[in-house]
Design a protein around this ligand. Structure first.
Ligand SMILES: Nc1nc2c(ncn2[C@@H]2O[C@H](COP(=O)(O)OP(=O)(O)O)[C@@H](O)[C@H]2O)c(=O)[nH]1
Ligand SMILES: [Mg+2]
Length: 275
């Protein structure tokens, strides 16, 4: 979604609801891709902070009652059915549907804890364009990564530093948040589990202000993950190669997301208009 002057005006004309004051009136959408996660949603949906404006479940045509369970747990949930196949396609559909100024993406299997959302949103309100979850910075961790996958992820992290620079500590993690205005730079076109890698590399190469946020990844509560180490690792490798060949798209500052943040703060009267 491209943010226009109308968008800014709409934000300016929206009175901040008392419950949203923590976010200066900035609207937060949470996007959750889910494929047969009915058993796990009870560990996710009730833990989303009450000031989140919109929760979008992107269903991959689950057959275990995921949608029914989601609606029972959270009657105001928006359900979107993904176009195309795979987690990448699901996220694309979810982002297209999201109306928030900030979009938070997390998993439906109970491994990413919505209680950490304020950390991500806080980093964005403080000026970051992209808040990237990391399991490998101080205060973070994972209980859901066998040794061989940790080695693979570590190898890819190193490869990204070599090819594109930057200092990422994690690459293939499903918990991230960003201003909706950065979506054109992410240019979501991935289908499968390479999606986070591609988003992270594009955020880096565009010169966005990326902040790594410590996050703890718990084990998936029920069922088994759909990520298959070798085929999906291969997809990540091919994606990195494609990114290497892809021309850079550099962001020009000040990015409109910062204007949105400032407009939203002005509603609250926190900062004077210094046009
Ligand atoms: N809508 C949708 N969600 C998916 C798809 N593949 C995975 N997911 C969801 O993406 C999240 C991460 O998937 P998971 O299988 O746990 O991957 P892993 O943690 O990397 O093993 C979970 O919430 C899944 O339900 C898909 O094809 N469509
Ligand atoms: Mg998982």
């Amino acid at each position: 979604m491209e943010v226009t002057q109308q968008h800014l005006a709409a934000i300016e004309n929206t009175p901040a609801r008392p419950g949203l004051s923590m976010n200066y009136g900035v609207r937060v959408s949470v996007v959750i891709p889910a494929l047969n996660e009915a058993e796990n949603l009870k560990y996710v949906l009730p833990r989303i902070p009450t000031w989140v404006e919109e929760v979008i479940l992107v269903d991959g045509y689950s057959t275990d009652g995921t949608v029914k369970t989601a609606r029972a747990l959270r009657p105001d949930i928006r359900v979107v059915y993904q176009e195309g196949k795979g987690k990448g396609a699901a996220l694309r559909s979810g982002f297209d549907a999201a109306a928030g100024d900030i979009i938070v993406m997390l998993d439906a299997d109970g491994s990413t804890d919505p209680v950490e959302i304020p950390l991500f949103v806080g980093a964005l309100l403080a000026g970051a364009d992209f808040a990237k979850g990391s399991r490998f910075v101080q205060g973070a961790g994972t209980a859901d990564m066998p040794r061989y996958r940790r080695l693979g992820n570590g190898g890819f992290v190193r490869l990204v530093r070599l090819l594109f620079g930057g200092r990422y500590s994690d690459l293939c993690y499903g918990y991230n948040a960003f201003w909706s205005t950065v979506l054109p730079y992410l240019d979501m076109d991935s289908e499968g589990f390479e999606v986070e890698t591609v988003m992270n590399v594009r955020a880096l190469r565009s010169g966005l202000k990326v902040v790594e946020v410590p996050s703890f990844e718990a084990s998936r509560v029920h069922g088994t993950g759909r990520l298959r180490t070798i085929p999906d690792g291969w997809r990540v490798l091919k994606a990195l190669w494609r990114e290497w060949l892809r021309p850079k798209r550099q962001v020009s500052y000040p990015l409109i997301s910062q204007q949105v943040a400032r407009a939203a703060r002005q509603i609250q009267g926190d900062v004077p208009d210094i046009q």
